[in-house]
Design a protein around this ligand. Structure first.
Ligand SMILES: [Zn+2]
Length: 387
C-alpha cells in the first residue's frame, strides 16, 4: 500500500548540544559587537575631525592627488585594523580554540591577518580613486557610474579570487585521493559537467570544520572541497556534498548571485548619494570638509554603505537560502542517497557545533543556508523518483 507521505530517509533532527548553544549565543553576540564596531570606528574618525586632519597631512606628504589619496587609505586601513585586532583575535582565534573547532597556530592567524590587511590596502589604493574622481567630475550622477564601477570591480575580484587570492591563505591543488576523485568526476559526468578538475584546499591548517564551495567566473570557476571534508570517512556524505556543489555550478548560481548583487548595488549607491549629500549640507562645519570628493569623506561613505548593505542583507540571505535549497534538491536528484545526505547534516550539528534550529532573528539577518532541521527534513521527505 502506498502511504501518503513517502519516507525517503529516517534521520532524526538532533537536539542542539549545550556546547553548541553556548557557541551559537556567543557567535551572535560577537556578530552584533562587530557590527557596532564597523559603525563606531568610522564615526569616531568623523566626530573627532581626525579624518580631515589625516587628509591635510597626507596632502602635504603626498603632493599629487593620487598619492595623497592612497596614503590616506593606507593609514585609515592600518589604524582600523590595529583597533580591530584584539576583537578579531578573540572572535576568530580564542573562541574557536576554546570550543575546539580550530587547528590554527598563532603564527598562521597573524599571517592571515597581515595578508588581509595588505589586500585591503592594495585593493583600496587600486580602486577607490575611481569613485573619488567620479564624485568630482559628476556630482549628480556619480552614484550611477560608481555602481557600474563597483559591479565591474566585483566581477574582476570574483574572477581572480580562486587564482590569486585564495591561494594566499591556503594551499589549493587538484584532489590528492585519485580513486575518490574518479568517483566524484563520474558524478560530475552524470550531472553533465565534463572535463573539470576538482580542487582540494588545505583548510585543515585552520579548522576542524568541513565545507565545499563553487567559486570564480569567466572560466576561473571551479568546485573546491576542503581537505577536512575529504579526509572524513563518510564517503557517501562527500558524494552528496559534491552533488550539492554541482547543483550550484550547473544552475549558474554564481551568475544569478552577481545579477542580484548588481541590482542591490545600484540601490545602495543611490541611497548613499541622497543621504551623503544632505548630511554634508547640514553638518559640513562639524565634519570639517566641504566637498564629498574630499577623501576625508571616506568614513562617512563607509558608514552609509555599511548601513544600506546591512538593510539589504536579509534579501541576500533569502536569495542565498533559495539557491541552497535548489542545490540540495539537485544533489539528492543526482545521488538519490537521502540517508547519507541527512546524516551528513545531522553530523554538522555535532562536529561543527551548529545549532540545527536557529531563531527567526538569526535566520532573517544572518542565515545564508537553510537550517539543518529544514535540510534534514527535506532529505527525509523528498524522493520523487521512488513514486
Ligand atoms: Zn551550497
Amino acid at each position: 500500500m502506498q502511504t501518503a507521505f513517502q519516507k525517503c530517509a529516517e534521520v532524526a533532527v538532533p537536539k542542539a548540544t549545550s556546547i553548541a548553544m553556548e557557541y551559537y549565543h556567543l557567535d551572535n553576540l560577537l556578530w552584533i559587537f562587530s557590527l557596532v564596531l564597523s559603525f563606531v570606528i568610522p564615526l569616531l574618525f568623523l566626530t573627532t575631525k581626525f579624518s580631515p586632519y589625516l587628509e591635510r597631512i597626507t596632502k602635504k606628504i603626498g603632493k599629487y592627488w593620487f598619492i595623497s589619496l592612497g596614503l590616506y587609505l593606507v593609514l585609515f586601513i592600518l589604524i582600523n585594523q590595529l583597533v580591530l585586532l584584539p576583537f578579531d583575535f578573540y572572535a576568530s582565534y580564542t573562541v574557536d580554540h576554546h570550543y575546539g573547532t580550530s587547528n590554527q597556530t598563532l603564527a598562521k592567524w597573524f599571517k592571515d591577518y597581515g595578508i588581509t590587511t595588505l589586500l585591503l590596502m592594495g585593493g583600496a589604493v587600486l580602486f577607490i580613486w575611481i569613485f573619488y574622481l567620479l564624485l568630482q567630475k559628476s556630482p549628480k550622477r556619480w552614484w550611477f557610474y560608481s555602481s557600474l564601477a563597483a559591479i565591474g570591480i566585483t566581477f574582476f575580484i570574483t574572477f581572480i579570487s580562486p587564482l590569486w587570492i585564495d591561494p594566499l591563505f591556503n594551499k589549493i591543488g587538484p584532489m590528492k585521493n585519485k580513486a575518490l576523485e574518479k568517483e566524484l568526476l563520474a558524478l560530475a559526468e552524470k550531472a553533465g559537467v565534463h572535463n573539470k578538475t576538482i580542487y582540494e584546499i588545505e583548510k585543515s591548517e585552520d579548522t576542524k570544520k568541513s565545507n565545499a564551495y563553487v567559486t570564480g567566473l569567466f572560466g576561473s570557476e571551479r568546485i573546491v572541497i576542503w581537505d577536512t571534508a575529504i579526509s572524513s570517512d563518510e564517503k557517501k556524505g562527500l558524494e552528496f556534498t559534491m552533488g550539492h556543489e554541482l547543483g550550484h555550478y550547473v544552475l549558474n548560481h554564481n551568475w544569478w548571485f552577481m545579477l542580484y548583487f548588481s541590482i542591490i548595488t545600484f540601490a545602495v549607491f543611490y541611497l548613499t548619494y541622497r543621504s551623503s549629500t544632505s548630511i554634508l549640507k547640514k553638518f559640513h562645519r562639524k565634519l570639517g570638509f566641504n566637498h564629498l570628493y574630499n577623501i576625508a569623506s571616506f568614513p562617512l561613505f563607509l558608514i552609509l554603505i555599511n548601513f544600506f548593505t546591512l538593510l539589504a542583507s536579509p534579501i541576500f540571505n533569502d536569495i542565498s537560502r533559495e539557491m541552497e535549497r535548489d542545490a540540495d534538491r539537485f544533489g539528492l536528484d543526482l545521488t538519490k542517497d537521502n540517508q547519507a545526505a541527512a546524516e551528513l547534516f545531522a553530523n554538522f550539528a555535532i562536529k561543527d557545533l551548529n545549532n540545527p534550529n536557529p531563531g527567526p532573528v538569526y535566520t532573517f539577518w544572518r542565515a545564508s543556508h537553510p537550517s539543518l532541521k529544514e535540510r534534514i527534513e527535506f532529505c527525509n521527505t523528498y524522493c520523487p523518483w521512488k513514486k
